[in-house]
Design a protein around this ligand. Structure first.
Ligand code: 5GP
Length: 115
């Protein structure tokens, strides 16, 4: 069973795709938490950060260079932005296909809610 994001990559579920190459895809989050909210997703189905292998290091680095490029193209690079990867239950992960959130276009506030 392919993941939700693989279904987007395969074109089975529509999404507002802003970038794709042979390693990653980026599309707008369906429920944006900021004026710019993109998800950068590897084509390879890696469920969580816990599943990243040494062989994936170049791929994960590529996710970040794509994020920086998209931040620049979105006009938020100079003011700044936030990159987030949630992992498992306590991290608040909902989709178990690795993805990097790129969020900006407003001050993003405190990093986490302090309890
Ligand atoms: P997570 O909580 O796993 O880090 O983030 C999952 C993100 O995927 C959420 O921000 C959620 O809004 C987004 N999302 C869930 N389903 C869809 C969908 O079908 N299309 C798009 N574009 N984003 C989705």
């Amino acid at each position: 069973m392919s993941t939700l994001f693989t279904q987007i990559i395969d074109g089975d579920i529509p999404a507002d795709i802003v970038y794709r190459d042979d390693q990653v895809i980026a599309f707008k989050d369906i429920n944006p938490a900021a004026p710019t909210h993109l998800l950068i997703v590897p084509v390879k189905e890696i469920p969580t950060v816990n599943d990243i292998a040494e062989a994936d290091e170049a791929l994960v680095g590529h996710m970040f260079t794509v994020a920086a490029k998209l931040a620049k193209e979105s006009g938020i690079a100079e003011d700044g932005y936030r990159l987030i990867i949630n992992c498992n239950r306590d991290g608040g992960q909902e989709v178990f296909h690795l993805h990097l959130h790129l969020m900006g276009g407003r001050p993003m506030g405190p990093m986490v809610v302090r309890q």
